[in-house]
Design a protein around this ligand. Structure first.
Ligand code: IPE
Ligand code: IPE
Ligand code: MG
Length: 268
């Protein structure tokens, strides 16, 4: 692929961006820290929930776009373990919104052959939300064009703690020995065991932190940080993120790949 400078890509139309995408080098697993809903609303003198509502439209558009482009797995950070510290009114409205999303999306997910999954501690969510999660997970169980995973009441450290507990239980029962414990075994005990390795992590709203998301899985993911607020992150911003990803030379500790290293970094 020829040199791509992400800063000049913005002059292209969305359809032109799509034609520049190399379908042979797509990330298999994309995750998003969907941030900036509150600031989006604040800048419009609207209540925070209006930002969350608008952000849900971005979820819909990004899910559909990923499915069309051929991304195998999309993981969205919807509610963190730490988000329980928010005011109860905001949490209540977020939960209602989540329930509404599940109700309204089920048919669309089935139509698009998308499997829905959650990671985190969904059992801590209010019962009606949990019931809808279970319903959508069950209904889409056999869908196989893409896996949409939504992280709810999720914390990366909590996930590692849960994995350690499960490994120790199996150790006590004799099905795991100390010699068995290696990286691939730990992988199998994580919430994400059914998903491909994380290739691309996107964070919106200009923040440059991980906020306790996919701590183990992020090890060699490429990061795409954008100032765009989540409610403004739509198909076009997704394409920019994917094209940015395709400019990266993923070395995994090795020396640069001759072809890629020469084109990237060379001023166009
Ligand atoms: C992200 O937007 C949504 C959730 C964390 C649930 P925020 O609500 O964090 O919006 P900002 O960061 O305050 O703008
Ligand atoms: C991260 O956003 C969590 C989600 C997007 C669900 P936050 O807005 O909660 O993160 P911090 O507090 O800025 O780190
Ligand atoms: Mg935030």
């Amino acid at each position: 692929m020829s040199t791509l400078d992400i800063t000049v890509l913005d002059q292209y139309s969305t359809e032109e961006l799509l034609t520049r995408l190399d379908h042979g080098r797509l990330p298999r697993h994309v995750a998003v820290i969907m941030d900036g809903n509150g600031r989006w609303a604040k800048s419009r003198y609207m209540p925070r929930i209006a930002g969350h509502y608008e952000g849900m439209k971005s979820v819909r558009e990004v899910v559909t776009a990923c499915r069309e482009i051929g991304i195998q797995a999309l993981t969205l950070y919807a509610f963190s373990q730490e988000n329980w510290k928010r005011p109860p009114e905001e949490i209540g409205l977020l939960m209602k919104l989540m329930e509404g999303y599940l109700k309204s999306e089920l048919d669309l997910l089935l139509e698009q052959d998308i499997r829905f999954m959650t990671i985190g501690r969904p059992e801590l969510l209010p019962k009606p939300v949990l019931q809808w999660i279970e319903k959508v997970e069950t209904a889409t169980r056999d869908c196989n064009k893409m896996i949409l995973t939504v992280a709810v009441s999720y914390g990366g450290r909590g996930e590692i703690v849960d994995a350690m507990r499960a490994i120790l239980e199996d150790y006590q029962q004799g099905s795991v020995t100390i010699q068995d414990i290696d990286e691939s075994l730990v992988d199998r005990y994580l919430y994400t065991t059914a998903l491909p390795d994380l290739d691309l992590l996107i964070r919106t709203s200009g923040e440059a932190r991980i906020s306790n998301f996919l701590l183990w899985q992020v090890a060699y993911a490429e990061l795409h940080l954008t100032k765009t607020l989540w409610p403004d992150f739509r198909r076009r911003e997704l394409l920019l993120a994917l094209l940015d990803y395709q400019t990266r030379d993923r070395r995994f500790g090795r020396t640069p790949q001759p072809g890629l290293a020469q084109t990237i970094g060379k001023p166009s």
